[in-house]
Design a protein around this ligand. Structure first.
Ligand code: C5P
Length: 400
């Protein structure tokens, strides 16, 4: 699971790195979030080391225009706050979001939050704290502890944070009894292959045959799959796009159709499905000169081309039970008949058809308009949407 561990400013924060260690040991991926005061009791270096992830402490520190709380919320299955101070509980119960942690806490679905309160007994027994907790419980927020014992102030009483082991056990039990799968983790434990971008077919040491594919659609598909929890193998031709900022996406960069073929056929057997959105060159020069070819006078020049392997058709013939194969078709005429023919010939489960007749759709644009045709004949049509939205529509259609 993906777990955010929030830490607020109480002495029990010195025990939280141990909780993080236990969660990581149990196989979870953990991101820590802190209030400013939490760092009086534990340190950035400690939390980043035990979680192996950067700490979230500032709403505006990243380069995502202050929206990291939303991407973190999308990433997380659960959020624990340990220790949760009276202040943190009070802010959550009253919808106050005035720092990174409280903002993130308000973005999380309440049923996916576990608080481990810790404070002095008198504070714990204060009617405002008890009232706030009652409100939070009504909204579905879970709590663990506090326990009774010696408190930091030297007195004996209720208010000690539950031990890290008890908090880790509680989140394990909550996850096991949770009947709803978080939508963002729908494809957890699945592995998907995506091909993207153009291929370059070398003519000589400085020239190639290529095409105008930008790779944007394939990269958006890889991102959408990763967001849904899948592990993604992205095989990409040369594009101007940088790496995708997700630990779930592994990029293999290739240049030619034959290199893409080798990577895709190697990766496909271990995948639940594949979406081939790359614009693969159908032909390549028969031979490649290892030097720059010289001009050959006025006679012109003949380039002899041979056919490249069809990656999609090959994966179609390799496809095993339970594997889903999705192709793309960029058509200029007879769109529906050509796309359906391809779907059948290449043993696909779905084909995503782009028509070059649609303004704003196809190569280079940030938008697209598609028809998703299923093997059973069902057709899902999209309006003109961003490639990100199209990617989500495709993923939702082909993984349901
Ligand atoms: O037959 P056509 O090239 O139009 O089919 C397009 C689909 O086939 C796309 O999904 C593309 O990624 C895939 N393709 C492939 N290998 C090729 C040619 C196309 O995987 N050599």
């Amino acid at each position: 699971m993906h777990i955010i561990v929030g830490i607020t400013g109480g002495i029990a924060a010195y025990k939280t790195p141990e909780l993080v260690r236990l969660l990581v040991k149990a196989g979870h991926e953990v991101r820590c979030a802190v209030t400013e005061h939490a760092l009086q009791f534990t340190t950035r270096a400690t939390l980043e080391t035990v979680s192996s992830n950067p700490l979230y402490s500032d709403l505006f520190a990243g380069n995502d225009h202050g929206t990291e709380h939303i991407s973190l919320k999308d990433w997380a299955d659960w959020m624990i706050v340990a220790p949760a101070t009276a202040n943190c509980i009070g802010k959550m119960a009253n919808g106050i979001a005035d720092d990174a942690l409280s903002t993130l806490l308000l973005a999380m679905p309440t049923q996916r939050v576990l608080l481990a309160p810790a404070m002095n007994s008198q504070m714990w027994n204060h009617p405002s704290v008890q009232h706030n907790l009652e409100v939070l419980h009504q909204w579905g927020v879970h709590t663990v502890g506090p326990e009774s014992g010696v408190l930091a102030c030297g007195t004996d009483g209720i208010g000690r944070m539950a031990e890290p082991v008890a908090i880790a056990d509680k989140i394990r039990d909550l996850a096991a009894s949770s009947t709803t799968i978080t939508p963002q983790r729908r494809l957890a434990n699945q592995r998907w292959l995506v091909t993207a971008g153009p291929t370059y077919e070398r003519i000589d040491s400085v020239r190639f045959i290529g095409n105008y594919s930008s790779g944007k659609m394939g990269y958006a598909l890889a991102e959408a799959l990763a967001k849904a929890g899948a592990e993604v193998e992205l095989v990409s031709g040369p594009t101007a796009l940088g790496d995708i900022d997700s630990p779930n996406v592994n990029i293999t960069r290739i240049e030619s159709a034959r290199e893409m073929y080798a990577a895709a056929t190697r990766l496909f057997p271990s995948c639940h499905g594949a979406i081939l959105s790359a614009a693969v060159a159908d032909y390549r020069p028969e031979s490649t000169a290892d030097h720059k070819l010289k001009k050959q006078g006025d006679k012109g020049m003949t380039l002899h081309l041979v056919q490249n392997p069809d990656i999609l058709a090959t994966l179609g013939s390799m496809k095993g039970t339970g594997q889903t194969l999705v192709g793309f078709a960029l058509e200029t005429d007879n769109e529906m008949a050509n796309a359906t023919g391809k779907l059948q010939r290449k043993h696909l489960d779905y084909i995503v058809m782009n028509s070059l007749r649609d303004a704003g759709a196809g190569f280079g644009f940030d938008t697209n308009k598609v028809s998703i045709i299923a093997a059973d004949g069902q057709i899902t049509e999209s309006p003109l949407l961003s490639k990100k939205e199209i990617a989500e529509l495709i993923i939702n259609t082909v993984t349901n």
